[in-house]
Write a protein that binds this ligand. Sequence first.
Ligand SMILES: Cc1cc2nc3c(=O)[nH]c(=O)nc-3n(C[C@H](O)[C@H](O)[C@H](O)COP(=O)(O)O)c2cc1C
Length: 215
Amino acid sequence: MSVKDAIEWRKTVKIYDDNRAISSKELETIIEAGRMAPSSMGLEVCNIVVIKNKEIKAKFAYDVLNGSNVEKGLKCDTLVCLVGYNATYLVSDEFLRSRLHRNEALDEKKLSETIEKYRQYLENHNNLTSYVDSQVYITTAFMTLQAADLKIGTTIIGGFNAHHSNDLLHELGYIDKNIKHTVLLLALGKYDEKTNGATFARKRISTEEFAKIVK
Ligand SMILES: Cc1cc2nc3c(=O)[nH]c(=O)nc-3n(C[C@H](O)[C@H](O)[C@H](O)COP(=O)(O)O)c2cc1C
């Protein structure tokens, strides 16, 4: 599929077919798309927790998802929790060093100076949580389009309780909630395009309303 075809094929899935699984290879490809997403200053502020285990996925669906999303969480093949670094950890020496030490041109002195420069830049940002979260959204978009390319359905899920998600992921040992927080969830799975209500008809504003082309 071309990117254009994947964009056209992708629709938010409302009803998954729980009889059809995603292969490990397909899941790996979708994860890789997320890993390859761009990030501000290359800091890679997004991680994912990929829940395939049925019991944990069901616990997540009942404890964390809201309304009609519960059913999607139960029936999708895989539920991805997209987490971002908390503002306090983002500016820590530990985090900045973990990212910046990859630059081989920096000796220890230059590395320390660069960490300080990055920290100052970040501390001057007026909303570090939104800085992190907006990058998690980009990662989500990359994964969603890669899934479409494989004809795997997706639901970006903003309708969930973030506190419950952080608590559950922390309890299960998948994140340290003092370091990371849940930004979005992404359901992945096959679905039957002919099932009534599996997706909704596309509604979009006109190109004229969406885009002003300045010539
Ligand atoms: C940030 C965000 C949060 C969303 N949250 C939900 C959600 O909780 N449940 C759901 O069914 N769809 C959710 N959606 C999907 C939108 O409702 C959907 O993208 C929109 O209605 C357009 O439909 P389409 O994706 O089929 O083109 C979300 C989309 C985005 C970008």
